[in-house]
Design a protein around this ligand. Structure first.
Ligand code: NBP
Length: 472
């Protein structure tokens, strides 16, 4: 008997994905560089479905029905290339290799092009939801050819999360589109987490509330329009007490945030594409700032504002500021998806991305239904901020949003996410930006020329001469 699909790389993600497939009635060939993990999986979970353990790459390939579907779940980077190099020579035209790891989309494009020349389909699939998601239903973002999706899609949709019966998996677009979208998903996740952290900081240091009280605030918010996985787990973390000290858990954790790199990638690519993703960038920089222990120690005595007594900070205002800032962060992330899609000819449907992020992944939220509705209403929406629903939401929130940023500034509490989101919003809606002055400066020192508001063409002022205007 041959297996419908195979998984190689049986650390936590691969093992859980293989179990998820088996639990859905699909026979799975399983393989790992070191056989120990394969043996362990079959011994522990063999009763959950049909597993075909393979000790060697040759055995693994021979145990797959054709065209072969082979999922790689190994450490991203060099290990993924090593595994591809090992398996590609054993495969035949029409076979499919799926990379479910956190690959950079540029690597995925390179691998897809190389394997296509050998007649193989390479599918870079972003998978979100961590180990629990892999086992119980992740959000899956597969790229690659439409033919490969025909053969793989039904299996992947089967094991993905479902919301209202709709799978959180769809064909994103050619070659690296899936991993690109997964990258932006992670970038948005960074921004969302930073905004939530700022809301906590304001309630803690600004409004003087205790973590347990703030946990209750978040529980309340989770019932409303902010309802999401990240808000839900924030309440859990804040309510948790450290067993050894009896203190709030959040007070015993070192305040230096780490990162694995997908947020940084998102910002790097956004810079290349020229898309302002200030919310994601501020989140990445806030983690870097927190991690700069020496610099923070050197700066600890820098003067702050004079104590102002009690600050007027309303919980409702913080909720409004969080919601409005979150809309901005998502609007920016979706603009990056549209820019990447245009740059690489991926034809990504942004509404479909909102749909598959409603379940399984880390940023799953009620809010995504609104985003889906916005793109259903107008697939070419230039920004979520101009959609009727979001425009109304921000109109209702903006007074509170401005109060919160003002109060935070007065108190000396850093809110890079809230304030940069507001600056982005005000920048977008400005009738005139000081960019006109920047153009003047550029023309002055570098003869970079400028365009006028009243005539076509490029112009230059003879700054060093009689300051007359010439046509460039
Ligand atoms: P790891 O990222 O920790 O990788 C461990 C696996 O890679 C093991 O099976 C190991 O085999 C294999 N491997 C390595 Br390392 N080098 C290899 C090589 N040269 N040849 C063959 N196999 C090699 O596993 P993970 O945490 O399960 O994550 C898998 C992928 O999923 C990663 O790309 C990760 O970024 C991504 N991801 C993870 C999460 C998460 O929550 N953990 C979420 C979403 C995506 P061995 O057993 O023989 O050492």
């Amino acid at each position: 008997e041959l297996a419908r699909i195979g998984v190689t790389g049986l650390a936590v993600m691969g093992r859980n994905l293989a179990r998820n497939l088996a639990r859905h009635g699909h026979s799975v060939a399983v393989h790992n560089r070191s056989y120990g993990r394969t043996k362990e999986l079959v011994e522990e979970f063999g009763h959950e479905g049909t597993f075909l353990p393979a000790e060697t790459a040759e055995q693994f390939v021979a145990s797959l029905e054709r065209p072969r579907r082979l999922v790689i779940m190994v450490k991203a980077g060099g290990p993924t290339d090593a595994v591809i190099d090992e398996f590609a020579p054993l495969l035949e035209p029409g076979d499919m290799i799926v990379d479910g790891g956190n690959a950079h989309f540029a690597d995925t494009r390179r691998r897809e092009h190389a394997l296509r020349e050998r007649g193989l389909h390479f599918v870079g699939a972003g998978i979100s939801g961590g180990e629990e998601g892999a086992l119980h239903g992740p959000s899956i973002m597969p790229g690659g050819s439409p033919e490969s999706y025909e053969a793989l899609g039904p299996l992947l949709e089967d094991i993905s999360a479902k919301v209202d019966g709709t799978p959180c998996c769809t064909h994103v677009g050619p070659d690296g589109a899936g991993h690109f979208v997964k990258m932006v998903h992670n970038g948005i996740e960074y921004a969302d987490m930073q905004l939530i952290a700022e809301a906590y900081d304001l309630l803690r240091r600004g409004a003087g509330r205790e973590p347990a009280e703030i946990a209750e605030v978040f529980r309340g918010w989770n019932e409303g329009r902010l309802g999401s996985y990240l808000i839900e787990i924030t309440a859990e973390v804040l309510a948790h007490t450290d067993a050894t000290t009896g203190k709030p858990f959040v007070d015993v954790v070192l305040d230096q945030a780490e990162q694995k790199g997908t947020g940084r990638w998102t910002v790097q690519i956004a810079l290349d594409l020229g898309v302002p993703v200030s919310g994601i960038a501020e989140a990445v920089f806030a983690r870097s700032l927190s991690g700069g222990a020496d610099l923070r120690a050197a700066a600890r005595e820098l003067p702050g504002p004079l104590p102002t007594g009690s600050a007027d900070l309303l919980v409702e205002d913080v909720e409004q500021a969080l919601y409005a800032s979150k809309i901005v962060a998502y609007a920016q992330g979706f603009n990056q998806i549209q820019a990447g899609s245009a740059e690489y000819n991926w034809s990504i449907d942004p509404g479909a991305m909102a749909t598959i992020w409603r379940g399984g992944c880390i940023i799953r939220a009620k809010f995504l239904d609104r985003i889906k509705a916005a793109y259903d209403g107008d697939a070419g929406l230039p920004s979520l901020l101009v959609d009727d629903y979001f425009q109304d939401a921000v109109r209702g929130a903006q007074d509170a949003w401005r109060r919160v940023v003002t109060t935070a500034t007065t108190l000396g509490i850093p809110v890079p996410g809230f304030s940069s989101a507001l600056a982005y919003y005000d920048g977008l809606r400005a009738e005139r930006l000081p960019a006109a002055l920047v153009q003047g400066q550029r023309d002055f020192f570098g003869a970079h020329t400028y365009r006028r508001v009243d005539r076509e063409g490029s112009f230059h002022v003879l700054w060093g001469g009689d300051r007359s205007e010439v046509t460039a």
